[in-house]
Ligand binder design. Structure first.
Ligand SMILES: [Zn+2]
Ligand SMILES: [Zn+2]
Ligand SMILES: [Zn+2]
Ligand SMILES: [Zn+2]
Length: 511
């Protein structure tokens, strides 16, 4: 890409000097400040240190908005405290380290989001089939895949397909049922007809929006989003209790079983959260509480499904009182609950890897599905997104802002851009040891090994005797110029293409 742009505007560099002579540094600095992306790119690519720069930004090259850090890194011998070496980012290209932004959301940074999804997949996968320090025997522990949904807060436009004939649900073109076919066509208090005979296409903008915006309970929905984490917590306790009762009936002490789960939160088109979870049943070794062992025999698949269904039905509570609603809001699950056993072998059932991929995929989605993307809101920006008489999403944000006024309810304001949801998009029980941090550390170790190369001396293997002390300072976020972003992103994309090509060739050779 740089090659083609270089030939387009030779005069920009060449006026007054011989063409292709060593570029004047001052001229390059001026060019780099140009608002013209092509000139910026030229200035960067013509610099002597351009290859070094590309190598330097590589860990963050595909990121849309990397974090720039100034740092001094000291390597110290642990035993003696002797300073072995000091590296300062001042001596590096641009004087900073580039670190990927790490944003989970696909709409914010596709590259970091893809990496997050990969990590999420590893976390859930190891929960189901082991690996990453989890014994592979967990694959034999009974597990279920559950979808918990919110109750109704008013009727919305829907697309329901009774029987799919399409190959893949993505891009489904099956004929759906009429949205809300009703012969009596009742009118709501606002005079709107509560019926819709349309058969909506999958991408239809009206999907998830209320039949009557004024009837819809926006307040109750955002409060439910906020309370959904607590509802989930109470539900896991209820599932556990139920299974303990089953265990005791079998003559097994109740404290010999434990639940291990991973769950992803996802927005439905109506802007309410729902959860996909994988729940595994483990045994407990009284002598070693951290050991992951098989559950006591006798707890059948029916018991586990009953436990989840029972817990989803009975778990309910009322929120703290709010000035506008002294009795609080009731919080419970909706009627739609889907519990399926996870099998290891593919047989038309939900398999372990399918479940892991599914959970991981939704961990990178956010409120995009409702057509709303923005960062955290404040007094000034909220008016751009909230409107009591506006669209469905604008009313949800308005509800968060208004209800979030009292001090005890401030969480709603802080999470207005998330339509009230305050939790994480991928969570797991504490008993599952594989974390995002573990995945990240593995990557750092890998990258270090990669850059060190095989010819380096063997001190690498004695690494624990060395300490690396970093003094990091946040300098800014994003690339210096649009051109830097394009150059870095393009190089990362090329590297990816090369890798894909190479893998393809190896596959061809060996296959
Ligand atoms: Zn990023
Ligand atoms: Zn409709
Ligand atoms: Zn279909
Ligand atoms: Zn109405």
């Amino acid at each position: 890409m740089t090659v083609s742009t270089l030939t387009v505007v030779p005069e920009a560099l060449a006026s007054g000097t011989a063409p292709y002579a060593e570029p004047d540094p001052i001229r390059l600095t001026l060019l780099a400040r140009s608002s013209d992306t092509t000139l910026q790119a030229l200035a960067r690519a013509a610099r002597d240190d351009f290859p070094d720069w590309l190598q330097h930004v590589r860990p963050a090259a595909s990121c849309k908005r990397p974090i720039r850090l100034a740092a001094t890194m000291n390597t110290v011998e642990a035993a003696t405290g002797r300073l072995l070496s000091t590296v300062d980012t001042r001596d590096m290209p641009d004087g900073v380290l580039y670190k990927p932004c790490g944003n989970r959301r696909e709409s914010m940074c596709p590259s970091c989001s893809a990496r997050y999804k990969g990590d999420a997949y590893q976390i859930v996968r190891s929960l189901l089939v082991g690996g990453n320090g989890v014994p592979e025997t967990v694959a034999t522990h009974p597990a279920v895949f559950v979808t918990f949904t919110a109750p109704s807060f008013g009727e919305v436009h829907t697309r329901v397909v009774r029987k799919h004939t399409c190959a893949k649900r993505k891009g489904c073109d099956c004929r759906p049922e009429p949205c809300h076919a009703r012969r009596d066509q009742p009118l709501c208090p606002h005079g709107r007809r509560l019926a819709c005979f349309a058969r909506h296409d999958p991408g239809d903008k009206s999907l998830g929006t209320p039949l009557c915006l004024d009837c819809y309970q926006h307040n109750a929905q955002v409060v439910w989003n906020l309370a959904s984490g607590e509802l989930w917590r109470r539900t896991t306790i209820a599932i556990h209790r139920y299974l303990r009762r089953v265990a005791r009936r079998l003559g097994v002490p109740g404290n010999r079983i434990r639940l291990c789960y991973g769950k992803a939160a996802k927005y439905q088109a109506r802007g309410v959260i729902h959860f996909h979870a994988v729940i595994r049943l483990d045994g407990v070794d009284p002598d070693d509480k951290t050991a992951i062992i098989a559950p006591p025999p006798g707890i059948g698949i029916g018991d586990r499904i009953d436990a989840v269904e029972h817990a989803a039905r009975v778990t309910a509570f009322t929120t703290d009182p709010h000035p506008t609603r002294p009795g609080g809001w009731p919080i419970a699950w909706g009627e739609q609950l889907d519990v399926r056993p996870i099998t290891v072998a593919a047989s038309g059932q939900v398999t372990d890897l399918m479940a892991a991929a599914y959970v991981a995929k939704y961990a990178t989605k956010s409120t995009e599905v409702t057509g709303h993307v923005s960062g955290r809101l404040n007094d000034e920006t909220v008016n751009l997104y909230a409107d009591p008489d506006g669209t469905h999403t604008e009313r949800l944000i308005e509800a968060c802002w208004i209800l979030g006024g009292p001090r005890d309810w401030r969480a709603l304001r802080r999470r207005a851009h998330m339509l009230g949801f305050a939790g994480h998009f991928l969570t797991k029980s504490r008993s599952h040891p594989v974390t995002f941090q573990l995945q990240r550390n593995k990557r750092v170790v890998f990258r270090r090994a990669e850059t060190t190369g095989p010819t380096e001396d063997t001190t690498v293997t004695e690494a624990p005797t060395l300490l690396v002390v970093n003094f990091l300072q946040f300098v800014g976020s994003g690339w210096h110029t649009t051109a830097d972003a394009i150059l870095a992103n393009t190089s990362a994309a090329l590297a990816r293409d090369h890798q894909t090509l190479a893998r393809q060739q190896i596959a061809d050779l060996t296959g």
